[in-house]
Design a protein around this ligand. Structure first.
Ligand code: LLP
Length: 426
């Protein structure tokens, strides 16, 4: 038997000509659970987490999984059991942490538009920290906390104004972004926060973007944040923890991001050199923990040769895998059963009624209707961004662990998709 690993996906491999997720043949999963289907490897998630844990060995660091990347309960459960906290951005995500048995004291609440109701709920549940993104949010959080006779633990998200060198839709740390408090207003904002009786300043945070594949933007952001910590503390406001956000990229298409432990070796060296090595650290990784732990299995419905292009029409679509349509993102596409037949160039597209419904362009594939394909790097920002557009039920999800395959979410039926709707009175 020959074994071949797929780039970036240490737990997705070919044994002879058959695609496997860990020890389970992908074809068997497609048969048992139907397609399209998300399949995740628990071991791949824990391996990705282990790289961070190695990087932080001997340090005071809390990893808060940014669950927007994939918020399925069983996945949260895996990370909760591995000791992670969670970075959340809504009351809905908070409810998911509770449902998955996560530790609420390790929850940080990010986002530019928290409502009073969300603040109240999070305060009542005793979350670890609010990452506050504006001065007006500080005032509102103070009011809500006072009305509950508690103090809200706060960190202020500072916009370090560095270019993460990634897609403009997912870069967040530049001056023109809606995120965070401007670097040059940070000290003032901290002084204001320290004077509000409903708030307790605990930290500082930044998040410069997503799918970052270089170390330099992180080093630059760190320098700017540490400069601020010094200035804020000189102004009399102690900073307990420093949260460097998430953003580390994955290999989608030959991308070469640093490993998490290598990245943190560089960053910790800087922290040590500047005398901050013993501070409590936090990070909020999302994509790098789950992205390459997941694939989407899809069946070829039709081949449609054309004068300009050949189309390979599959049963997954932009509502299931929105990243190509939204960001022109690349996802690898490989056959579940490898073939030696002559390959043809296809645009791989879904059944949705939009030209934007494509999953991959100009892919060399040797396929026939009825064959199955795997869309790679589908663990992050796929299921969590999927929709019911065209009244397509959202996909089933399966998690593979050492005991086998577990259905962690059943496929939505048509009835599920309109279960919340009412007809008008007759
Ligand atoms: N922390 C904050 C405050 C964030 O806004 C994000 C992501 C993260 C952490 C996690 O970042 P990560 O480690 O996953 O890069 N839908 C886009 C990505 C949007 C990222 C939004 N914020 C995509 O599919 O590429």
């Amino acid at each position: 038997m020959t074994q071949a690993l797929l780039p970036g996906h240490p737990h997705v491999l070919y044994r002879d000509d058959q695609l496997f997720v860990d020890q389970v043949p992908a074809a068997q999963l497609a048969e048992q659970f139907g397609t399209p289907l998300f399949v995740y490897s628990k071991a791949a998630m824990l391996d990705a987490l282990a790289a961070y844990q190695r990087g932080f060995a001997g340090r005071r660091a809390q990893i808060c999984y940014a669950m927007k990347a994939n918020s399925s309960l069983a996945i949260l459960q895996v990370f909760a059991q591995a000791g992670c906290g969670f970075d959340i951005v809504s009351a809905g995500e908070l409810a998911r942490v509770q449902a998955a048995g996560g530790d609420l004291s390790k929850v940080i609440f990010s986002g530019v538009g928290k409502t009073r109701a969300e603040m109240r709920q999070a305060l009542q549940l005793g979350i670890g920290c609010f990452n506050v993104e504006s001065e007006s949010e500080l005032e509102v959080l103070n009011e809500v906390a006072l009305s509950l006779q508690v103090q809200a633990p706060v960190s202020i998200r500072v916009n370090p104004n560095v270019d993460p060198k990634t897609h403009p839709y997912i870069s967040t740390g530049l001056k023109g972004n809606k995120f965070g408090v401007a670097h040059d207003r940070a000290v003032q904002t901290y002084q204001r926060a320290a004077g509000l009786p409903g708030l307790r300043v605990v930290g500082i945070d930044c998040h410069i973007g997503s799918q970052i594949t270089q170390v330099d933007p992180y080093l630059d952001a760190m320098d700017r944040i540490l400069d601020l910590v010094e200035a804020i503390e000189q102004a009399g406001v102690p900073i307990h923890h420093i949260d460097f956000g998430g953003g580390l990229g994955i290999n989608y298409n030959g991308d070469t991001p640093p490993e998490a432990d290598a990245l943190w070796a560089r960053l910790l060296a800087k922290l040590d050199a500047r005398g901050f090595g013993q501070r409590q650290l936090m990070i909020e990784p999302g994509r790098s923990l789950v992205g390459n732990a997941g694939i989407c299995l899809t069946e070829v419905l039709y081949l449609k040769p054309g004068e300009q292009k050949n189309f390979c029409i599959v049963d997954a679509a932009m509502n299931d895998l929105p990243r190509p349509a939204m960001y022109e993102a690349f996802h690898g596409i490989v056959p579940v059963q490898a073939s030696r037949a002559q390959a043809t160039l296809y645009d791989v597209v879904g059944p949705v009624c939009e030209s934007g419904d494509w999953i991959g362009r100009e892919r060399a594939l040797a396929v026939q209707p009825g064959d199955q394909l795997a869309v790679l790097s589908a663990g992050a920002y796929c299921m969590s961004m999927s929709s019911n557009y065209n009244t397509r039920g959202r996909l089933a999800e399966v998690l593979v662990d050492e005991a086998g395959a577990h259905l962690i979410r059943r496929r939505e039926t048509a009835q599920d998709t309109f279960a919340l709707e009412n007809l008008l009175p007759a």
